[in-house]
Ligand binder design. Sequence first.
Ligand code: FES
Ligand code: FES
Length: 159
Amino acid sequence: MADFVLKVNGADMHVSAPPDESLLFVLRDRLNLTGTKYGCGEGQCGACTVLLDGQPARSCITPASGATGANITTIEGLEQNGQLSPVQQAFLEEGAFQCGYCTSGMVLSATALLRKTPHPTEEQIVAHMDGNICRCGTYPRIIDAVKRASQSPTKAGGQ
Ligand code: FES
Ligand code: FES
């Protein structure tokens, strides 16, 4: 076992885990942050996406001990003071989910996109979200949600 500290959603979290344990398992099983989902476990589906220093990362193939020093953002960290982030709100308003299993990964990927490219074209949205799989096929509504979030007046600093 290794003892280390992860900065998750702005808070320092003390973790004791095997050094090669994935960030996904540490988040879900040791820190009880179960919004991050386990899909394929092989870096292929995007269900486990979190942000590491603002960049989307597959937490299932990221060793947790390698994420020390990074600012880790999970789906639980997007809402502020009871207010959904603009991307979360837009997914809700567009009904951009069916089973919801892919949703936290989609929302975090979209959040990273809009921080970098506030007004993406549809082609840019599709290209950026390409690695996130939705088995329910709600892609058209997901794209609409990202477009809606890009037009949100409250998005500055809050994506
Ligand atoms: S569970 Fe990590 S990419 Fe599928
Ligand atoms: S809503 Fe079911 S996998 Fe995307």
